[in-house]
Design a protein around this ligand. Structure first.
Ligand SMILES: Cc1cc2nc3c(=O)[nH]c(=O)nc-3n(C[C@H](O)[C@H](O)[C@H](O)COP(=O)(O)OP(=O)(O)OC[C@H]3O[C@@H](n4cnc5c(N)ncnc54)[C@H](O)[C@@H]3O)c2cc1C
Length: 409
């Protein structure tokens, strides 16, 4: 331990923590980021994401084209017997290269990175976080601490900021594959597309996906929330088993082969954050959790939460004020800008994973019959727009979802 006190210490070099470090160091503050993985293998276990993202995120954070594996033109949603296509530009990131670029750019802006530094708990003094403990008994002191350790919530859990529930945890696994048939008869054209499939036979209580990465290559994966909807529909397979089974049975993968070593897995919680800060501490990204409950888009949300933490850190450091009230500015920005209408969107997500396969086919018809403006409002969580996609027959499923969301942990 040295006597140095940093302005900001960030635990975790994912999209949320690394973005926060970029923003805060660009403002001239002294920032240190502690990342558990070793630098020469980074990112390894944390190279978990498909990396599907959209132009607003690419532009807002200046993400360079050379970490984008493939620019896409459409989003396709499939049900067991139908599909819906929306023209919508996007980009599939090479997530490992993207994480490395975040680190490099943060360093260029002045942030210090310590790899091989596993953060275990906050250092608390005068009733607030004043640093972090890592690798056993090593310590870093800082005026503000940011927990960006993703679902491990290494600091936010012990500080009582979050309580991540197992029955709200979504787990996912994907392979990168080549020789995928991207446009066979009877299926949607997936060239230049990010496709999500709602089908309980493939992903009970979740969804599966094919994101085109160029030529005949794609990222192919499955995820679901480990709750009673999954248990009711599951037949004892593991998440890897469900992915293998899909690849075995879907003709689009008949000749496909896995690309060596290109295998990603991870988890994120789909639950409403009760709080996201404590005196001297903010929790960002999947720690909160910030992942979009409907479509699983986490990168943009997590980076926005990192940026909101950066703005809050700047305000607190200028005022030299780190109380619960001062830091709660972050909670306000989060609800306002990072994930507005979180309740309505959680309800929509849970309803989507709850209804049976037949309803998914009808959902495709509804999507085709609804104009783009209403769809975009529904996606933003407008209850009035969402009601246009909900039918009388959905009421029992809605009631089950409501009970589940209100159930105590
Ligand atoms: C299979 C899968 C597919 C996905 N696909 C998409 C997609 O297509 N589009 C999209 O937008 N989002 C996607 N997501 C979600 C997205 O990847 C996450 O929301 C995002 O990565 C979260 O960023 P984060 O910085 O909060 O956390 P993380 O990415 O989890 O980063 C946390 C960092 O903290 C480090 N760390 C953990 N514990 C410690 C500790 N104790 N001490 C120090 N460091 C620690 C980790 O090594 C890691 O580097 C996907 C997620 C999964 C699992």
């Amino acid at each position: 331990m040295t006597d140095k006190t940093y302005d900001v210490a960030v635990a975790g070099a994912g999209p949320a923590g690394a973005q926060c470090a970029r923003d805060v160091s660009a403002r001239g503050y002294d920032v240190v980021v502690l990342e558990t993985e070793e630098e020469d293998a980074f990112p390894s276990t944390s190279n978990k994401s498909t990396g599907g993202t959209f132009p607003d995120t690419l532009a807002s954070f200046g993400i360079p084209d050379d970490v984008v594996q493939n620019f896409t033109d459409s989003v396709v949603i499939e049900s067991p017997n139908s599909h819906y296509v929306q023209e919508h530009p996007g980009g599939v990131l090479d997530f490992g290269a993207f994480k490395q670029w975040l680190v490099d750019d943060g360093r260029r802006k002045g942030a210090e990175y310590r790899f091989g530094a596993r953060v275990s708990e906050p250092v608390v003094g005068d009733g607030r976080a004043v640093g972090v403990r890592y690798n056993g008994d090593e310590e870093v002191r800082a005026k503000i601490v940011v927990d960006a350790t993703g679902p491990s919530a290494a600091l936010a859990e012990p500080m009582g900021v979050v309580d991540l529930r197992r029955d709200r945890q979504a787990i996912g696994v994907e392979y990168e594959m080549e020789n995928v048939s991207m446009n066979p008869d009877g299926y949607a054209d997936l060239r230049g597309a990010m496709m999500l499939r709602l089908d309980h036979d493939i992903a009970p209580g979740g969804y599966s996906w094919v994101f085109h990465t160029g030529g005949d290559t794609a990222k192919v994966g499955v995820c679901y929330i480990q709750n009673e909807v999954h248990e009711r529909r599951a037949d004892g397979e593991t998440v890897d088993g469900y992915l293998e089974r899909w690849i075995e049975n879907d003709p689009r993968f008949e000749d496909a082969v896995r690309i060596d070593g290109a295998h990603h897995r991870g988890s994120a919680h789909v639950q409403k954050p009760e709080s996201m800060s404590a005196p001297g501490l903010m929790a960002v990204g999947d720690t909160v959790p910030s992942v979009d409950p409907v479509w699983g888009e986490g990168i943009g949300k997590c980076m926005r939460s990192g940026r909101a933490a950066g703005v809050t850190a700047d305000t607190c450091l200028q005022a030299d004020e780190f109380s619960a009230e001062a830091v709660s500015l972050y909670d306000d920005i989060w609800h306002d800008r990072v994930a507005p209408n979180v309740d309505a969107r959680l309800l929509l997500a849970n309803l989507l994973y709850e209804v049976p396969n037949e309803r998914y086919d009808r959902f495709m018809r509804d999507l085709r019959a609804t104009d783009d403006e209403v769809l975009s409002k529904a996606n933003e969580g407008s209850k009035r727009a969402m009601m246009k996609l909900i039918h009388l027959g959905d009421v029992p499923a809605l009631a089950r979802v409501g009970r589940r969301l209100l159930s105590p942990s």
